[in-house]
Design a binder for this molecule. Structure first.
Ligand code: GLY
Ligand code: MN
Length: 460
């Protein structure tokens, strides 16, 4: 945990910004795999972690802004629990680490909220993303199961986002560490990727790096020879000479901070000539986007620059044609790059996505509905302290190509005859993590090879 003062100050700022009512935080519970006592790895809710620092199941907390009270609700272990789980400090002891002075049994939460409700005071909630929280919100506040998102408090969401979006020095240290462990995960894969290995063998070795460093995975590993599927979690293929292997993997530190890197490498010693051509276009887009990072710049513009660089490169290779600015404005490049250039990162790999991209990445503005642009998670003006990813890619997705070609979509800008011959190409991207500084940006963690020469040098 950070020092208690960190959590005290975060809660004070939150209280001051929301101004009135009761702020409710539901911690996460164990999530069973196949029976209650056999749970998945426990992960605390990130906002709970941010304001209270405690990473064990069965907790809730509230900040009563009107009455100036902060209360942690939870049950200490019984002797029977200790028989199975070992001795643990009491909640009161653990609260010395986060500055909370009042601890009550979990059963007291419902009565407290009922009393606040009876006094016509507002209970602010965050949007739930777990089914058990929907049930708890129904039980505690009679919010119908399907209406919890609408019942969420925009003031509460905005105040949480305002704080969590700007990373402090102690958080940046954690994020640097997460990115460096993530870099080791990628270096491991680069050294390993050879014909005859399975995707699962590489994924296992990559996972081992995160665990051995005392961390966890920040998200399920993408380790695939089918990089054209953006979130491909299948690990059953055998690597063959001539394939490209894409790894998208990141570590989470013991304190919960994420890293998120992608790399693409040849399975043999070298990329093929056509792989090199497409790889270089994606790398040019990546470098153009990185060079544009600075406070005051809209990340939407960084994204559009990456899109134009992809489209221009693909035009030079004969896949696209016509006026590139017009093609990108119309969304034609999204055949090859149907997603966003990056996203915020922090305690969540897509930081606070559960609170709504509209608030986190768009400062309250609505998102575009255009195919491609609608998947851009971050568009707002960049500020010092933001931590984000840069990850443009190029993907040849056979079903999307078939659909657009059949519809004759953007024929003015797309040379479908050429594209047709690349339907077996796959997909590629690089991804790095950056801190926005007062004057520009800083790469988080240690660098990993990215140029064609440097990636190939890892293999020989
Ligand atoms: N690395 C997974 C993602 O950004 O979606
Ligand atoms: Mn990412």
């Amino acid at each position: 945990m950070f020092p208690a003062q960190t959590y005290i100050q975060r809660r004070r700022r939150l209280r001051d910004q929301v101004g009135s009512g009761v702020l409710l935080f539901l911690g996460n519970d164990e999530s069973p795999m196949n029976y209650a006592d056999n749970p998945f790895h426990f992960r605390q809710d990130s906002s709970f972690l941010y304001f209270f620092g405690l990473s064990t199941p069965g907790l809730a907390a509230l900040i009563d802004v009107d009455e100036g009270r902060e209360i942690l609700f939870g049950n200490d272990l019984t002797v029977e629990d200790i028989v199975w789980m070992g001795t643990q400090p009491t909640l009161a002891d653990r609260c010395r680490d986060n500055g909370i002075e009042e601890v009550q049994p979990l059963a007291g939460l419902k009565d407290y909220l009922a009393a606040a409700h009876g006094e016509d005071r507002k209970v602010h909630i965050l949007p739930p993303y777990r089914a058990e929280h929907r049930i708890e919100l129904w039980d505690l506040l009679e919010i119908p199961l399907g209406q919890a998102e609408e019942a969420a408090s925009v003031e509460f969401i905005t105040a949480v986002v305002d704080q969590r979006n700007t990373k402090t020095a102690e958080e940046i240290e954690e994020l640097d560490w997460a990115a460096s462990i993530s870099a080791d995960m990628h270096l491991t894969a680069m050294r390993m990727a050879r014909p005859g290995l399975t995707e699962a063998e590489i994924a296992a070795a990559v996972h081992q790096v995160a665990l051995a460093a005392g961390g966890q995975l920040a998200f399920p590993i993408i380790a695939t020879v089918h990089g054209e599927t953006l979130h491909n979690h299948f690990h059953g293929n055998v690597l063959k000479g001539g394939d490209m292997f894409l790894l998208d993997a990141g570590a989470e530190t013991a304190m919960g901070y994420a890293g998120d890197l992608s790399s693409t490498m040849p399975v043999g010693d070298h990329f093929s000539p056509r792989q090199k051509e497409i790889y270089q276009v994606a790398l040019d887009a990546h470098e153009a986007a990185v060079a544009a990072l600075k406070p005051g710049t809209l990340f939407r513009d960084v994204h559009l620059l990456a899109c134009r660089t992809v489209a221009q490169g693909l035009k030079e290779l004969g896949f696209m044609r016509g006026d590139i600015d017009e093609a990108v404005a119309a969304g034609a490049h999204a055949l090859f790059f149907p997603c966003g250039t990056g996203h915020m990162m922090g305690l969540d790999v897509h930081d606070m996505e559960n609170l709504g991209e509209k608030y986190v990445g768009y400062g309250g503005e609505e998102k575009s509905t255009q195919f491609g642009l609608k998947s851009l998670r971050l568009a707002r003006e960049l500020e010092p302290g933001f931590v984000l990813t840069v990850e443009p890619g190029i993907y040849f997705i056979p079903e999307l190509i078939d659909q657009w070609k059949a519809e004759k979509r953007f024929e003015l800008f797309i040379n479908y005859d050429k594209v047709e011959s690349y339907k077996d190409f796959g997909g590629l991207r690089n991804e790095e993590d950056f801190l926005i500084t007062e004057t520009g940006y800083r790469l988080l963690g240690k660098p990993i090879p990215k140029t064609i020469e440097d990636v190939e040098a890892m293999k020989c």
